[in-house]
Design a binder for this molecule. Structure first.
Ligand code: ZN
Length: 144
């Protein structure tokens, strides 16, 4: 798969099966999954094409104040759980096709994917403890 580094934005290529091994960026050496990946439809397709690690997607928009206030919470969770989950965000203003395709009615909306299957979604800016609960539920769900 090809993925842009969340730190330096350089495109990295690596085999899908290595996604659980903590791949690092060939350019800056930082962990590829230690941050939040800003993706468009191509990037989201690449992330969900692999089914090894669940993908949690924050659908947001720049004009949405609750979205902006949630961003640091999401980024902190990405630092903590990078590798066990892939964290991505979709700007629904710039990617209206994705908002429509996933039928996003309110933002922020968090959607969780295992492969191309959506496991569930939740709307609203979650406090850190609730986001942590959600992540633990996802990890339990996919470990079964
Ligand atoms: Zn990098």
């Amino acid at each position: 798969m090809q993925l842009n580094c969340p730190h330096c934005q350089k495109a990295n290529r690596f085999p899908d099966e290595r996604i659980g091994d903590g791949p690092t960026c060939g350019a800056c050496g930082q962990a590829l999954f230690s941050g939040v990946h800003a993706v468009d439809s191509t990037g989201l397709a690449a992330l969900t094409a692999q089914a090894r690690v669940p993908v949690i997607v924050d659908f947001w928009a720049p004009w949405c104040a609750p979205c902006r206030s949630f961003a640091p919470t999401f980024a902190a969770a990405a630092q903590k759980h990078g590798g066990r989950l892939v964290f991505a965000k979709v700007d629904t203003e710039a990617n209206q096709d994705l908002g429509a395709r996933f039928n996003i009615r309110s933002i922020p909306t968090l959607a969780v994917f295992s492969g191309t299957q959506e496991l569930g979604r939740t709307s609203g800016a979650l406090p850190p403890a609730q986001l942590e609960d959600l992540i633990q539920q996802v990890l339990q769900q996919v470990s079964k």
